[in-house]
Write a protein that binds this ligand. Structure first.
Ligand code: FAD
Ligand code: SIN
Length: 536
């Protein structure tokens, strides 16, 4: 199955194609260069677009005095609510510190304490301070700046901006050997073309735009997971959409990317209160306001329902140096008429992170030869049912390094794309808002059989709105549709509540469900799913 697109009018070649220029794509590209492989990095907007540059709180790594990978592992497993792949977590926490050191060696500058040591803060689910941050709350911007500078200095990495990867190209032997791209460019590389390579790495980030309100930027339409699905790859854990508890509430009618109020703000003492001024997280969890994210999001949702209010409050008035410690958040609050030194911030949950994605092994290999996935697009199993705060940038660094090593060690000769024809489809961009609202209403923080069936029915109706006019908006919405369907299907199948999957009709976790839902989509557009044991 593929998306309807024009015939490729031009061809470009490299040893490896990396799709996406966030922490995952940039790290993979840079590490591939130590094996002298030529890299083509394609990215669908400007090179610095993507979630990475928006990251606020920081990067988690056991670098502080007395901290250990084992302690980091324990917190990750608890946040993951019994569904983490233990080996993937081991890799993440043990290789994490070295990956962060390498990032620092590449030029990233982190905030220091008064004694000159790297300053470490805390976020939800962490039992100790282990979050490195930069520019106060602008960690992602610094990570992105440092990696982009290194990519810029490397002549072996060719970058094509405004290049949207549409679908992968497969050889007759079933190996991925390139991608079709749409480039808004100049000269010979404009419009639809094809890029050929010996291996392809998808690092296209998250899928927050499946929902009406999200912390994710507009490029986060899950293109990589969708193109992997169409190619026949397995995806896993997609029902575990993480809703960030504290997103600045402005108006329910607003959609798209909303300003985040980092968990690190609670790490520095901020407290959640309801309409009556009651600290509702106290007594709900031993870590109170700093409980893992899924637990806080659910409690906020309950408070909002009880008080019939569109938000709760975050009291930040006790943080004396707020503008210096959180300059980005301070600016966005002021822009929205709130002074966090004197006023409480209205906050509500919004979609933030996909703990699932394209199923990969510990070297980032998908179920299709030649195709790798890295970063938020991938499902390594390290996040289980709910990612621990600040483990995502870390995952991009660690697995980007592993993938590049695996590609270098196993590189094969280039193969030619098959000439066999494949079925295609395309949906109309006009369905986007209806799709997002249906997902927010029926497959959001709380789901049930009834709400999910209603959403599925809406999605089925929307599938009739096809289009014959390929364009960026149509490709993106077709990807959103595929992912929305995958999320709802998995959420319907999982008859329990666990991590960020909360079913009002199955309110508790069940030992029968210590399993991963793995889905596939075949060449005729049929879905299938299987249950896999979790490697505990
Ligand atoms: P991204 O950084 O999203 O990059 C994806 C890239 O793929 C982009 O360049 C995009 O343009 C490109 N792309 C997408 N589709 C296509 C296509 N079809 N063709 C070509 N290119 C494509 N995590 C933490 O660990 N710590 C934090 O403090 C933190 N704070 C966050 C705050 C916010 C507001 C948000 C939104 C996320 C935060 N996260 C945080 C999560 C983390 O930022 C992301 O999970 C991580 O940056 C993802 O990196 P990535 O490289 O996988 O994807
Ligand atoms: C935050 O700063 O609260 C976001 C951290 C994350 O998503 O890991």
């Amino acid at each position: 199955m593929k998306l309807l697109a024009g015939n490729p009018g031009w061809t470009v070649k490299a040893d490896v194609i990396v799709i996406g220029s966030g922490v995952a794509g940039l790290t993979t590209a840079l590490n591939l260069r130590s094996s002298n492989l030529s890299v083509l990095l394609v990215t669908k907007a400007r090179i610095d677009e993507g979630s990475t540059k928006w990251a606020q709180g920081g990067i988690a790594a056991a670098l502080g005095p007395g901290d250990t990978p084992e302690a980091h592992k324990k917190d990750t497993l608890i946040a993951g609510a019994g569904l983490c792949d233990a080996q993937a977590v081991d890799v993440l926490v043990t290789e994490g510190p070295e990956a962060v050191r390498k990032l620092i060696a590449r030029g990233a500058v982190f905030d220091k304490s008064d004694t000159g040591e790297i300053a470490l803060t805390r976020e939800g689910g962490h039992l100790r301070n282990r979050i490195l941050h930069a520019g106060g709350d602008a960690t992602g911007a610094e990570v992105s700046r440092a990696l982009l500078a290194a990519v810029h200095d490397d002549d072996g990495i060719e970058v094509i901006e405004n290049a949207l990867a549409i679908d992968v190209l497969m050889s007759d032997a079933g190996r991925v050997c390139g991608v079709t791209l749409h480039v808004i460019g100049a000269g010979s590389r404009d419009g639809v073309g094809r890029a050929l390579a010996r291996a392809v790495v998808i690092a296209t980030g998250g899928l927050g735009q499946v929902y009406a309100q999200t912390t994710n930027p507009s490029v986060s339409t899950g293109d990589g997971v969708a193109l992997a699905l169409r190619a026949g790859a397995e995806i896993a854990d997609v029902e575990f959409i993480q809703f960030h508890p504290t997103v600045l509430w402005r108006d329910d009618s607003l959609s798209g990317q909303q300003p985040l109020i980092s968990e690190a703000v609670r790490g520095e003492g901020a407290q959640l209160v309801n309409d009556k001024g009651v600290r509702f997280m106290v007594g709900k969890h031993p870590q109170g306001d700093l409980a893992p994210r899924d637990i806080v999001a659910i409690e906020i949702f309950k408070q909002m329902k009880e008080s019939n209010s569109p938000h709760v409050w975050l009291d930040t008035t006790m943080i004396k140096d707020f503008p210096e410690r959180f300059p980005t958040i301070f600016a966005s609050c002021i822009e929205n008429g709130i002074d966090p030194r004197k006023q409480m911030i209205p906050v509500s949950p919004a979609s933030h992170y996909s703990s699932g994605g394209v199923k990969v092994d510990l070297t980032g290999r998908t179920s299709i030869p030649g195709l790798y996935a890295c970063g938020e697009t991938a499902c390594t199993g390290a996040h289980g049912a709910n990612r621990l705060a600040s483990n995502s940038l870390l995952e991009g660094l660690v697995f980007g390094t592993r993938i590049s090593a695996d590609i270098a060690a196993n590189i094969v000769d280039a193969s030619e794309p098959s000439k066999r024809s494949t079925k295609d489809f395309l949906l109309s961009p006009a369905i986007k808002m209806t799709l997002q609202l249906a997902m927010s209403q029926g497959a959001g923080v709380m789901r049930s059989e009834e709400s999910l069936r209603e959403t599925l029915a809406t999605l089925e109706q929307l599938s009739a709105h096809t289009s014959t006019e390929p364009c960026i908006e149509a490709w993106e919405v077709s990807n959103l549709y595929l992912l929305a369907t995958a999320i709802v299907r998995a959420a319907l199948e999982r008859h329990e509540s666990r991590g960020s999957h909360w079913r009002s009709d199955f309110p508790v976790s069940s030992n029968d469900w210590v399993k991963r839902i793995v889905q596939k989509y075949d060449q005729d557009g049929n879905w299938s799913s299987k249950l896999e044991e979790v490697k505990l």
